[in-house]
Every structure is written in structure tokens, then in C-alpha cells.
Design a protein around this ligand. Structure first.
Ligand code: IPE
Ligand code: IPE
Ligand code: MG
Ligand code: MG
Ligand code: MG
Length: 292
């Protein structure tokens, strides 16, 4: 069957959007409505839904029914959204716009924004436990997700990112930041997709390698867009990472462009362990020159 890339993307996005909107944080009899509003404000603000797409498509490539993996996909999007709410706080990047609207703390105040992030992180693990898979698979999913999100992964990367603001980093130090703060959650998404699709250990390893390379390309492109992107299209301000250590600061835009292509090509090579990898190959290629 010929791949229809846009149809597949739309199917994935509609499915996760519907699930997040209809199944998450709508409690009629609980009084802490402000918290639920703040959680849904950021969670339902759009965004590319890339991490859910990775879960769905790795599940599909392994022969699984991708719709079944939606609790894993939702878990990834909840943790990603929490990381963005906290990343935008005044004590971190101090940003006013995200996903085309005011940042969470600008609308709900800092305390609620911190707590909405906390609650999204916690709810993610409840999603994993509710997924329609064996206890063994759900435990492995919790293990991977907690490692990738926590002190060895995303949170660890955010700390390195902040610490690096006052000095000049080497290439290895920038690699250390970018693979953790962004690469780790993308790795969790791809690996949870393999678990959901009942893939092999080799496929799990290949997904991890793919995601590490793709995640690097993705963050370098994010850093480039801070310089060459359009704030309206991105839904967030540009020119804000000027004090940060990024590949753009190290090498400039042109070399970064070449690095994004190189890491993406290396990532795509890791997809040879999967049948029906045309969608993921095309998606990876399209991300190299994304504008949002
Ligand atoms: C932004 O992630 C933050 C990074 C980790 C680079 P995305 O570019 O995936 O943001 P959304 O989900 O589309 O808003
Ligand atoms: C974000 O990196 C990484 C996480 C949120 C974990 P950035 O700070 O570059 O992301 P943006 O540019 O604000 O989306
Ligand atoms: Mg940041
Ligand atoms: Mg930021
Ligand atoms: Mg950025």
C-alpha cells in the first residue's frame, strides 16, 4: 500500500488530541478546578505532538495496533508539556509565549504553573499503568520513562543547560546538554512505542540509537530556529538563547544545518531494523528543515 504521509500524520494527531481532550483532567466533583484548568491550558495548546507520533509509529512498525498505545503517547506528551511549563518559568528561561499563547505562569501565576507541571509529571505514570499491556511491559515502560525524564535524562540536561550559561562550553559539553534535555524524552517515546508493539530487544536498541541521533538533530534545529525562525510561526519568542551554549554559538548556522542533516541521516540508518519504515524515514527528513 502506498504511504500517504499527511493522512497518517493527521490520523496520529487527531487521535492523541481527542484522547487528551476527552479523557484527561475533567473531574466534575473535585474542587481544585484551577489546577485542572492550568494543566489543560498547556496540554491542549497544540504543539506538534511529535513524541506521541514517535510512540504510535514505532508501535505500528513493530506490528502493534498503534491506537492501543495511546496511554503511552499521552504519558510522553504530559511529561513534555510539564518540561515546557517549567522551562518557561522566570527562574529558568523566563519566556512569555509558548505554543502561540501566554506561558502558563503568565496566566495562572508561578505557584500554579509549578504545581500544574508536577501534576502532569505524576499523571503520566498513571497513564502508563492504565495501558492495555502486560504488567511486565508496563513496568519496563515505567523504568525507561523515569530514567529518561529524571536526573539522568531531561532534568539532568536542564541543569547542565542552566549551569552552562555563565561560561563557554566545549563541543562535548554541548552534546551532553542536548542529548539529555531533549534527546532523552524522544528516546523514551521511541522505546515505549517498541514496547507497545511487542518489538524485539534488537528493535528496542535500534529505537534508542535512532532517537539519540534524531533528538540531537531536533535540538540543533531548535537552536537554529531561535536565530532564523519566525516567532509567530513558532509560537514562542526568538532570540532568547543568546546567552546559552548551543551548537549555533559554537559553529554558526551553516555548519549547524550540515550537522542536522548528518545526524538525521545517521538516525535514518538505524531504522533498517523495522519493516514499513517509510513514514518514519520521511518524518525524520522533513524535520531537518522544519520552521516550527
Ligand atoms: C520544544 O519541543 C522544546 C524542545 C525540547 C526543543 P517541541 O518543538 O517538540 O515543542 P512542541 O511540542 O511542538 O510545542
Ligand atoms: C527545552 O530547551 C528543553 C526542555 C524543555 C526540556 P529550550 O529551552 O531550547 O526549548 P524552547 O526553545 O524554550 O522550546
Ligand atoms: Mg531551556
Ligand atoms: Mg526554553
Ligand atoms: Mg530552544
Amino acid at each position: 500500500m502506498k504511504l500517504n504521509f499527511n493522512e497518517q500524520s493527521n490520523a496520529y494527531i487527531e487521535y492523541i488530541e481527542g484522547y487528551l481532550d476527552k479523557k484527561c483532567f475533567q473531574y466534575d466533583s473535585e474542587p481544585q478546578k484551577k489546577l485542572f484548568d492550568a494543566m489543560r491550558y498547556s496540554l491542549l495548546a497544540g504543539g506538534k505532538r511529535l513524541r506521541p507520533i514517535f510512540v504510535f509509529d514505532f508501535c505500528r512498525m513493530c506490528g502493534g495496533n498503534w491506537q492501543d498505545s495511546v496511554p503511552f503517547a499521552a504519558a510522553l506528551e504530559m511529561i513534555h508539556t510539564y518540561s515546557l511549563i517549567h522551562d518557561d518559568l522566570p527562574c529558568m528561561d523566563n519566556d512569555d509565549y509558548r505554543r502561540g499563547r501566554l506561558t502558563n505562569h503568565k496566566v495562572y501565576g508561578e505557584a500554579i504553573a509549578v504545581l500544574a507541571g508536577d501534576a502532569l509529571l505524576t499523571a503520566a505514570f498513571s497513564q502508563i499503568t492504565s495501558a492495555p499491556y502486560s504488567a511486565d511491559i508496563r513496568i519496563r515502560a515505567v523504568e525507561i520513562l523515569s530514567q529518561c525524564a529524571g536526573e539522568l535524562g531531561m532534568v539532568g540536561g536542564q541543569v547542565l543547560d542552566m549551569e552552562s550559561e555563565t561560561r563557554k562550553c566545549t563541543e562535548q559539553e554541548v552534546l551532553d546538554i542536548e542529548t539529555r534535555k531533549t534527546g532523552a524524552l524522544i528516546r523514551a517515546a521511541c522505546m515505549l512505542g517498541v514496547l507497545a508493539g511487542n518489538g524485539t530487544d534488537d528493535q528496542l536498541a535500534a529505537a534508542s540509537e535512532y532517537a539519540s541521533l534524531l533528538g540531537l538533530a531536533f535540538q540543533i534545529r531548535d537552536d537554529m530556529l531561535d536565530v532564523i525562525g519566525n516567532a509567530h510561526e513558532l509560537g514562542k519568542a526568538t532570540g532568547v538563547d543568546i546567552t546559552k551554549n548551543t551548537f549555533v554559538q559554537l559553529y554558526g548556522i551553516e555548519k549547524c544545518d550540515a550537522l542536522v542533516s548528518l545526524y538525521t541521516k545517521q538516525a535514518i540508518d538505524k531504522l533498517s531494523d523495522f519493516l514499513n519504515n517509510e513514514y518514519m524515514t520521511l518524518l525524520s527528513e522533513q524535520l531537518t528543515n522544519r520552521t516550527k
